[in-house]
Design a binder for this molecule. Structure first.
Ligand code: GLP
Length: 243
């Protein structure tokens, strides 16, 4: 894993945007795996700026998002579809038909999960998967557990994730308890991976990621066996490394 330590969040956003730019400029019909949460917001702002300056063209790009809540509509301001439209897609020259977010309101979730993975395969696989990381080491909504599921699946959220994500809702009771998420198998099949993390709250999960061990109790640690992972973090998120 390549580790890049930037001074702060702005540094992470600029650096990650540069990495994504390289990929799109190398292959105009790139397949980008995208993430939600607060970590990528600055990076998305950078991409919007670069698009407006004509430095990057999204007209042939396809995006595939990691996850979505179950039980809130796609118009809910906290749904990941709404977040992606609002934070990125509405501001760049991407064709929305080429943006995929799992449907958390599908009539048959099993069919939705199988179809989501098939679509990734049919598109030829993900060129670069962007990831944030939960304080407990979760990626997408793959929570710490005895076993991790490879394909897209429905999962319950842990108490700690519900609590962490409650900052975006009016109250903790409004946070959905379930989600649909890409599994570790699909994530690990991405040709390259960029993980971004900022702040002290991520320091422990980052330290585990570089501990030289893998464990399903901190799902991000599995990334250590992928051969093209770039981890871009700030000094605070790096504060427990080598200790
Ligand atoms: C959520 C998302 C993850 C994200 C994580 C960290 O639960 N499902 O994809 O990486 O939280 O979020 P943040 O970037 O806001 O810290």
């Amino acid at each position: 894993m390549k580790l890049i330590i930037e001074k702060d969040y702005k540094g992470i956003s600029k650096r990650a945007a540069k990495e994504i730019l390289k990929i799109i400029n190398n292959k105009e019909n790139s397949i980008l795996g995208l993430a939600t949460g607060s970590s990528p917001i600055g990076l998305y702002e950078e991409l919007i700026k670069l698009n407006k300056e004509n430095v990057v063209d999204f007209s042939k790009v396809t995006t595939i998002n990691l996850d979505e809540y179950i039980g809130i509509s796609s118009n809910h301001p906290q749904s990941y579809r709404y977040f992606m439209n609002n934070t990125l897609f509405n501001h760049i020259n991407i064709d929305k038909k080429n943006t995929y977010v799992p449907n958390g309101n599908a009539e048959d979730m099993k069919v939705e999960c199988i179809g989501y993975d098939k679509n990734i395969r049919d598109l030829g696989g993900i060129d670069v998967q962007l990831l944030g990381i939960g304080g407990n080491g979760h990626i997408a909504f793959n929570e710490p557990d005895e076993e991790l599921i490879l394909g897209t699946h429905v999962t319950g959220l842990t108490e700690s994730t519900i609590k962490a994500n409650s900052r975006f809702f009016d109250s903790v009771d409004e946070v959905p308890k379930n989600a649909i998420t890409m599994g570790l198998g699909e994530i690990m099949k991405a040709k390259s991976i960029i993980l971004i993390a900022s702040g002290e709250g991520k320091a422990e999960a980052i330290a585990k990621l570089f501990s030289g061990k893998i464990t399903t109790k901190s799902p991000a640690t599995l990334l250590a066996v992928h051969n093209d992972v770039t981890v871009i973090i700030d000094e605070q998120a790096a504060s427990l490394l080598n200790k």
